[in-house]
Design a protein. Structure first.
Length: 259
């Protein structure tokens, strides 16, 4: 089974809308061309640039015509109320009115967490959501689980990013450590592909479908934006494990499907 993980499209409206929108559309088209087709697509946060209602309407225009299931995670650039106003009660949020939810796929459990802390670039899950996660993972131990959130729960050696990561990463690790069937933790936020061990499993962060962040590993300079290739991650779940491929989009000559 395949799950495509896209991240950080930063959809907006107005004069700067074209590039983020076309980046997301092209990434979705590339995912659609994968054979076999993915079971679903998950977008791990920063769905919009500013969390405005009109931006979520623009996002709905892009994903609304996509023929595969799409599941949305919230990021620090998003607004919870506006997201729920536009997508609450729809399959994009598993039919519910919460930004954290789970989807029982045929061969895996997809868990989407809400790490948004309003007014803060960094993230936090909180005790209530972590207890909910513990219960969800305990409810289907026979199926591999993929846990998705925006803020990565590890330090990656980029000081500017590490300062705005997940505040309660240790508490998340304690929950995941009780559930060895978690085969992947999938995050965004960094605008860079990063892989790390975490809580007895593997953490991957997906690059942005719009633009990437510079590899700034000292405090001497600020993180900037760089025109590195856009891409997404393709998680292949088989035999109780997970293998992740990086699929190039903007610099690739591979197939793309229109929708």
């Amino acid at each position: 089974m395949l799950i495509a993980q896209l991240s950080d499209p930063h959809v907006t409206t107005g004069p700067l809308a074209a590039e983020p929108a076309s980046g997301l559309h092209r990434a979705l088209g590339t995912a659609l061309a994968v054979r076999p087709r993915p079971e679903c697509v998950v977008i791990t946060g920063d769905l919009t640039a500013n969390g405005r209602p009109d931006e979520y309407l623009a996002l709905r225009e892009i994903v609304g015509a996509f023929p595969l299931p799409v599941h949305l995670a919230i990021g620090n650039h998003d607004d919870r109320e506006s997201l729920l106003d536009t997508f609450g009660g729809t399959p994009y949020l598993a039919g519910g009115f919460s930004a954290h939810y789970h989807v029982d796929l045929p061969d895996a459990t997809l868990v989407v967490l809400d790490s948004l802390t309003p007014g803060d670039v960094g993230g936090r899950l909180g005790d209530e959501q972590l207890a909910w996660l513990d219960g969800v993972l305990a409810g289907r131990p026979e199926a591999p689980a993929v846990v998705c959130l925006h803020h990565p729960p590890v330090a990656v050696g980029i000081p500017g990013s590490d300062a705005v990561g997940l505040a309660d990463a240790d508490a998340l690790a304690a929950v995941l450590g009780r559930h060895p069937h978690v085969v992947r933790v999938a995050a965004g936020h960094l605008h860079r592909p990063v892989t790390s061990a975490f809580a007895g499993t593997v953490l991957t962060t997906a690059p942005s479908t719009w633009i990437q962040a510079s590899l700034t590993m000292t405090d001497e300079e600020e993180i900037g934006l760089v025109a590195e290739p856009t891409a997404f991650l393709l998680h292949r779940i088989v035999d109780g494990g997970c293998v992740t491929h990086t699929v190039q989009v903007s610099h690739a000559a591979g197939r793309i499907c229109w929708f």
